[in-house]
Design a protein around this ligand. Structure first.
Ligand code: PEP
Ligand code: MN
Length: 334
């Protein structure tokens, strides 16, 4: 249920209403927008008297919300969420480019790529330490050592970093990681999502290989229900009957999620296509579709990459994409 409050009302009356609702075992998610304030009610609101609430002088309107996702729902929070990452902002017009290798391979590799992508305009450095690989015989990432190398690159470049968590027991190692990534394969690892809900750090949640947008939002809800509202959604392609590309980039996810949720939306054209030459056109299309950010894989020597070389851009190719991204942003600005 959502309660839209009248403008310019007394804070005391507002608090009184909130406490009265909470006394009935319902939690209240408060959203203060530019034009209105909204109370999003979470819990069993079936027995609440809508007419009684509607009759209060501080209340503009009351609506039942049938969607099962509440905290992530735009109806509960009409304004776009802005997430702070280090000194940067993401969402509501604040656009960021996340770039870096699929996996951290060595000090030289991560630092060389970090310096190059930073110079080209990337603002957040990515690098996998714990890698989810289809085959147990493939490179599994440098794990804890990889994380240390990524933290070293953060220190050297000053860039905030993002890396994937594969096991919640590793969480203490992520203390100085700026954004924790939940990969596509863990999108519905609900126990992990619940634990990530207990911390106060941005989480980039990737859409599962064959998950609907509603399922993605329900997974975001698992994190938010614990009180961690800093969730960034990531469209990274889904599995379809088409095998020419690694996945099929569902770009309509951007405007669809924009309608459904207030959370920032990032697009990953690298995993979506699996083919380096297709990263640029899909990145530009994602920007034109209104994404709040991009995540692009870059390697200093893609041919020798230990993971995802085929979809990795060279630093020079990335610089070209970043330049064109800025041109698309200018073209769509109004
Ligand atoms: C990644 O970003 O390194 C990754 C493994 O992505 P996904 O979970 O989207 O496959
Ligand atoms: Mn990868």
């Amino acid at each position: 249920m959502i309660i839209v409050l009248k403008q310019g009302i007394d804070e005391g009356q507002k608090t009184h209403l909130k406490e009265w609702i909470e006394d009935q075992g319902i939690s209240v998610h408060e959203s203060e927008g530019e034009y209105c304030s909204v109370f999003g009610l979470i819990g069993d609101t079936g027995k609440m008297d809508m007419e009684l609430i509607e009759s209060l002088d501080i209340v503009e309107s009351v609506k039942r919300v049938s969607d099962p996702f509440k905290s992530a729902n735009r109806k509960f929070h009409p304004e776009d969420t802005i997430i702070q990452v280090g000194d940067l902002l993401l969402g509501k017009g604040h656009f960021q480019i996340i770039a870096g290798p699929c996996s951290v391979e060595s000090h030289e590799q991560i630092c060389e790529v970090a310096e190059a992508v930073k110079a080209a305009g990337a603002t957040i450095l990515r690098g996998g330490a714990y890698k989810p690989r289809t085959s147990p015989y493939d490179f599994q990432g440098l794990r804890s050592e990889g994380l240390d190398l990524l933290l070293g690159a953060k220190k050297e470049t000053g860039m905030p970093i993002i890396t994937e968590i594969m096991n919640i027991n590793h969480l203490p190692k992520f203390e100085h990681v700026d954004i924790i990534q939940v990969g596509a394969r863990n999108m519905q690892n609900h126990e992990m999502l619940k634990e990530l809900g207990k911390i106060r750090k941005p989480i980039l949640l990737k859409r599962g290989l064959a998950n609907t947008l509603k399922e993605l939002l329900m997974s975001a809800e698992y994190i938010m229900a614990g009180g961690n509202e800093q969730v960034i959604l990531c469209e990274r392609g889904i599995r379809t009957f088409e095998t020419y590309t690694r996945n099929t980039l569902d770009l309509s996810a951007v405007p669809a999620l924009r309608e459904l949720t207030h959370l920032p939306i990032v697009v990953d054209p690298s995993h979506a296509t699996g083919i380096a030459r297709m990263v640029e056109p899909m990145a530009l299309a994602a920007v034109a579709a209104g994404a709040d950010g991009l995540m692009i894989e870059v390697h200093n020597n893609p041919a020798k990459a230990l993971c995802d070389g085929a979809q990795s851009l060279t630093p020079a190719q990335f610089a070209e994409v970043a330049k064109k991204v800025r041109r698309v942003q200018e073209a769509i600005a109004y």
